[in-house]
Design a protein around this ligand. Structure first.
Ligand code: MLC
Ligand code: AMP
Length: 512
């Protein structure tokens, strides 16, 4: 038995004489290129270093690091060593990290040198065996350690069901859950997408997404590896940089905010996009208006696809056929999608709105250490209940029309209101809080909080925001805090967030 995921990458990159990752240089220096041969050698050194640190197959390796080629190579080293890659958003605060490390119990933690002083005591307290550092330029104690090992490494055997990664997603209960993704999940999805989107070794992806979530890590990077293609690795999304590099690329993947911001650039023209063959959007709904504006400006129809952490990608608009704005396309080959009655799980007729449920080799096996939660989210026949509401049209295209889960998606990042409410409820003087999303011109949805104070309490918006700053990642913090006399409730006493969303629909309107 070989190493399922890495063997598939190996088969496709064998003999490819191209850069895997191109890192734009600072100032006038030349770009740095990590070839496929470099990647194989460095991932071998890092895999050997992991084993040297005592990492056994199945052990977790957590990393909260800036985007770098070395961070991607560390992910691949974990795959090769049979370890489980656990990437963490760089925006997470120490309070948030504590939960993830306590829950996943990693053997090794790699963090930015700038944060090691605060993370090390926490990691020690949680019995993490090794704490290493890696910065945005790929330097740090981790790279120094790996350099002491040779490049030859015999990949650890891994079967389709063996875990390759754990990605945390928050939950409606406010307690984040670790979705365990297997070698089989990742390999099958990357293979399907590379084929469907006609990926080849000549492709160059403009990569401006973060690498700690499904989109930038698995969709972008694994698809590139499945084709032996290249990526231009931008540290973050910057519209000017994207336009400057467009002439060297063939594909871009982004969240809708990327497209909204690029459309505002005068430099976005047909000429600028002449060498591009594909623009992909996902992670949040793309407005039909953005799809239309993009087509008018560039002559390209953005290809919208739909996925989630637990399932990888589920559906995609076609490469050759019609890409219909406002839909997330057709089920991927090998993936079953049904729109079901939320109570029974029985499929509903075409056109009816219901729960989107998914089954296929892309769907994860379960949440880390949460068998009851896992069981509750699957039907007896193996379909995963996404929490998204949708409908199929007569042509078989899926449209997402809403969410059954209480979730806000801001700039492609998920914010679970329950988690933010719990933090606001802790504050002195707060009687209760309701967190909800309303349309935002840049982020799609913006997070707002409605707060009811206890009688006589004095608390302002600034004080609430300041108190949250230490506890929650910046993107989860409300962009506005509103003080109300009471929260709207239904007859059962449940807070009616739809009424809050309606009442404050214009909160973030352009110019408001
Ligand atoms: C940054 N801020 C955000 C934010 N991103 N606030 C809300 N939502 C966000 N997404 C904060 C900043 O901290 C800053 O705070 C202020 O908002 C303005 O920041 P900015 O400079 O405009 O933000 P920027 O750094 O440009 O980031 C915006 C962004 C980024 C859209 C480029 O958020 C991003 O890369 N999003 C991609 C997320 C992603 O990869 N999602 C995929 C999940 S996988 P201050 O302090 O200045 O007020 C998934 C599955 C699937 O969903 O299907 O793909
Ligand atoms: P995450 O848990 O971060 O992986 O986010 C997954 C969620 O993002 C899904 O359940 C959807 O609600 C949403 N999502 C992803 N892609 C799309 C899309 N193209 N259109 C609408 N929502 C999307």
């Amino acid at each position: 038995m070989g190493n399922l995921l890495f063997d598939q990458f190996r088969a496709r990159i064998a003999g490819v004489d191209r850069p895997f990752i191109v890192l734009p240089a600072h100032k006038d220096a030349a770009d740095r290129r990590l070839t496929y041969a470099d990647m194989l050698a460095l991932s071998g050194r890092m895999a050997a270093a992991l084993v040297g640190c005592g990492v056994q197959p199945g052990d977790r390796v957590a990393a909260q690091v800036e985007k770098s080629a070395e961070a991607i190579v560390l992910y691949l080293a974990c795959v090769r060593a049979g370890a489980v890659w656990l990437p963490l958003n760089t925006a997470y605060t120490l309070a948030e990290l504590e939960y993830f490390l306590a829950d996943a119990r990693p053997k090794v933690v790699v963090c930015d040198p700038a944060r090691v002083a605060e993370i090390e005591p926490l990691a020690r307290r949680l019995d993490v065996a090794r704490i290493e550092t890696l910065d945005g330029d790929g330097a740090g104690s981790w790279s120094a350690l790996a350099a002491a090992y040779g490049p030859a490494f015999e990949d650890v055997a891994r079967a389709p069901d063996d875990a390759a990664a754990i990605l945390y997603t928050s939950g409606t209960t406010g307690r984040p859950k670790g979705a365990v993704l297997s070698h089989g999940n990742l390999a099958s999805n990357a293979r399907t997408l590379a084929e469907l989107w006609r990926y080849g070794p000549g492709d160059v992806l403009l990569h401006a997404l973060p690498i700690f979530h499904t989109h930038g890590l698995f969709v972008a990077t694994n698809v590139t590896l499945m084709a032996g293609a290249s990526m231009i690795f931008l540290p973050r999304f910057d519209p000017g940089e994207i336009l400057a590099r467009m002439g060297q690329a063939t594909v871009m993947m982004g969240v809708p905010t990327f497209y909204v911001r690029l459309v505002q650039q005068a430099g976005l023209t047909r000429e600028a996009c002449a060498g591009m063959r594909l623009f992909v959007s996902g992670s949040a709904p793309l407005l039909e208006e953005t799809h239309r504006d993009w087509f008018e400006r560039t002559g390209h129809r953005i290809l919208e696809r739909y996925g989630m952490t637990e399932t990888n990608m589920n559906s995609s608009n076609p490469y050759d056929g019609e890409r219909i704005a406002g839909t997330v396309g057709l089920p991927l080959p090998g993936v079953d999608i049904r729109v079901a009655d939320p109570d029974t799980g029985l499929a509903l007729p075409t056109g009816a709105v219901g729960m989107i449920e998914v089954r296929g080799p892309n769907v994860f096996g379960g949440y880390w250490g949460m068998p009851e939660k896992t069981a509750a989210d699957f039907r007896a026949d193996g379909f995963f209940i996404t929490g998204d509401l949708g409908q199929f049209d007569a042509q078989g295209y899926l449209r997402i029309v809403g969410r059954a889960k209480d979730l806000v998606i801001s700039g492609g990042y998920n914010v679970y209101p329950k988690e933010v409410e719990a933090e606001i409820d802790r504050l002195d003087g707060v009687a209760e809080a309701a967190v909800f999303g309303v349309p935002h011109p840049d982020f799609g949805e913006g997070v707002a909080a409605a707060v009811v104070l206890k009688p006589g309490a004095v608390l302002g918006e600034r004080a609430v925001l300041d108190a949250l700053a230490e506890r929650l990642a910046r993107y989860k913090q409300p962009k506005r805090v509103l003080f109300l006399d009471d929260l709207p409730r239904n007859a059962m006493g449940k807070v009616q967030k739809n009424r809050l969303r309606e009442a404050f629909a214009d909160l973030f309107a352009r110019g408001a």
